[in-house]
Unconditional design. Structure first.
Length: 360
């Protein structure tokens, strides 16, 4: 089993965190588009209780591989571990490997899942898909050979891609999340200005879908111009360097939209160092402590936080059912709908306190 980093330990508290709820409009995936950052806050609570399903075995072994070693997946791991502990309290014992490379590579991922399948000791293999076009054919081959494979976390390869994976647990609305962040940004800019985009990894479904959602929003507003788009490989330093490059190429830049957790930090750092907080509005993703601190300072305008804990928890409960031979349907959905909530500066203190135990 994986040893969790201290970085995410405060997530275990099963906190309640607040998000925007008033004066909002729903889209087709029940996501919320904020219209007023000063609105009252709603709340959602992290899932923490097993459902009524009775496992058919007393022990299971899972192999889970995600895109890259990164604090975002540490939070997913906490949900995984809590589900494992709850099963253990009911005399069902789960072992698992939860592994990833230091830098994302679809070919590394292929090698990992092929080796795992060859061992023939894993009931289910779970894949956070690094690149749909490269990884999907390998998933299909494993399925054809009788290996049970699911996708999880942040990136799916679904039936529309010809993928035979059994189910997906994770964010099913990355496109809508990108739209929400773009709408927040456009609203703050009064629907006029030049915007740069930091995407993440080429081919990573979650990053590409968020980017496309944002582009579709920008295209609706004639006075909004997307002037640059860079792939930072989900690396803070690359995002930092790209953002500094934006300053030179676009001295009148008004906004930056960030499609993963790392680039929000890199962009925020560059904007702070350059003293451009008043000029450039940033919207981004997820719960990095530094990003939340930048939001508290007003350097980042808005962050969309995914419910990583629930993703991890539901991955384990779904994997047990898949291992028992259940297909998606009444027992569990083919694709989950985990929450994403948008937060603003007024929420930063409560988030830092809940997630990291930081109280000023």
């Amino acid at each position: 089993m994986m040893k969790l980093r201290i970085y995410s330990v405060f997530l275990l508290s099963l906190f309640i965190i607040t998000g925007c709820s008033r004066n909002q409009k729903n889209n087709s995936n029940n996501q919320l588009v904020p219209e007023d950052p000063e609105m009252e806050s709603g709340e959602f609570q992290l899932k923490s209780v097993l459902d009524s399903y009775v496992p058919q075995k007393k022990s299971y072994n899972f192999y889970l591989t995600y895109k890259t070693a990164h604090p975002w997946w540490d939070a997913v791991a906490l949900g995984i571990e809590d589900a494992v502990k709850q099963f253990e309290s009911n005399d069902v014992y789960i072992t698992y490997d939860y592994l990833a490379p230091e830098k994302m590579s679809a070919y590394d991922q292929i090698e990992r899942i092929q080796k795992a399948a060859a061992k023939k000791t894993y009931d289910v293999i779970g894949v956070d898909v690094a690149d749909i076009s490269i990884v999907t054919p390998v998933i299909n081959k494993l399925i054809d050979r009788g290996q049970k494979v699911m996708t999880f976390s942040s990136s799916d390869s679904g039936k529309e891609n010809g993928c035979k994976r059994i189910a997906y647990v994770g964010n099913t609305h990355n496109y809508e999340d990108g739209k929400i962040l773009a709408e927040c940004l456009c609203q703050k800019l009064n629907y006029k200005g030049k915007i740069a985009m930091l995407v993440g990894n080429h081919g990573a479904p979650c990053h590409e879908d968020r980017a496309q959602g944002a582009k579709d929003v920008f295209a609706q507003y004639p006075d909004i111009s997307l002037v640059d788009e860079q792939y930072d490989e989900d690396l803070e330093e690359k995002a930092y360097e790209f953002t500094k490059g934006f300053f030179g190429k676009y001295p009148d830049l008004n906004g930056i939209i960030c499609c993963n957790m790392s680039n929000s930090v890199g962009a925020g750092r560059a904007v702070k160092e350059k003293g451009k907080t008043e000029q450039i509005v940033i919207t981004g993703m997820d719960h990095d402590k530094r990003a939340l601190e930048y939001m508290r300072e007003g350097i980042i305008y808005a962050l969309a936080l995914q419910d990583c804990y629930a993703i991890g928890f539901d991955t384990i409960t779904t994997a047990v059912k898949i291992a028992d031979g259940l297909l998606p349907g009444s027992a569990y959905p083919e694709m989950t709908e985990e929450n994403t909530e948008v937060f603003f500066q007024k929420d930063a203190d409560s988030l830092l306190s809940s997630l990291y135990g930081e109280i000023d």
